[in-house]
Every structure is written in structure tokens, then in C-alpha cells.
Design a protein around this ligand. Sequence first.
Ligand code: UDP
Length: 149
Amino acid sequence: MEQTYIMIKPDAVQRGLMGEIISRIEKRGLKIAAMRLGVMSEESAKEHYKEHVQRPFFASLIEYVTSGPSVSMVVEGKNAIAIMRAVNGATNPVEALPGTIRGDFAVETGRNVVHASDSTEAAKREMAIHFKDSEIVNYTKIDEVCLYE
Ligand code: UDP
């Protein structure tokens, strides 16, 4: 099983999209192994997005993700990293297909509603920034017998 780090960004919380997004993740068959609502610290945001530190949008990105409460999650399942990237849709909502979260609920890149780790290394790194090991819950969900061969 894979684990990935998901953020419901502050714009989505303000727009009342938390339930919709969590529901899509659950219905897809992925398991929520950790979840917390809070305002991300500037330190965590800068560490999270450090690969973009030289980009022109870095300062506005940090301001955006720390502007209000967001939801941090660890989502688990077979191929969870690739599945969550597909569930979220393209970074630029203009290119995101209908049926994806960004394709259904977002208009521009700077307010694109959700984040999902893009690789195994990123998932490991991002989960460690936002969660202690003890906050990630190991449990069995009854639907696993139907979801997996
Ligand atoms: N971003 C932005 N302007 C850009 C590119 C990215 O504001 O031109 C923001 C956007 O919120 C995006 C985040 O920076 O989700 C991280 O960018 P990345 O390319 O890693 O996309 P993601 O992994 O979120 O799809």
C-alpha cells in the first residue's frame, strides 16, 4: 500500500468544499490515515514548497497556503500517489478535465484547491513535514475485501 500527502488548500476550506473533496477520496476507494485542520505555519509551507523557492510565484504561493485553515491528510491505498494526482487533475485548472477536483471546482493555478504529492519521495518528505509517525493511523477498512483482488 502507498501513502500520499494531500492538502485541501485554504480557498477550498473557505468555499465549503472540504466535504466534497473528502467524499471523492473516500468514494474512489482510498483510506484516510491521518487528517488535521489548521493554519499551516510559514516554516512548514516554505519547507513543503522548497523546490519552487526560485520561482516568481513562490512568495504568493506561501501567502496563499498560509492565508487560513487548510486540511492536511495522509491518504492510503494501492497506487494512492498516482490515483490522487489523477483525482486532483492538472495543476492549471484550465487544463484539468471535468470530473477532476480542479476541473470541477477551480479556475486558475494560483487558487487550485488541492495538493497531492507527485512521487514516492515527495510523499515521504511531505508526510514527515506535516505529521508525526504517531498521528498516522494504521487500521483496516471493511471495504478493502471488495476493492482489491
Ligand atoms: N503555482 C502557481 N503558479 C504557477 C505554478 C504553480 O501559483 O505558475 C502554485 C499552484 O498552487 C501549484 C503549486 O504552486 O499547485 C505547486 O506547483 P506544482 O507545479 O508543484 O503543481 P502541483 O504539484 O500542485 O500540481
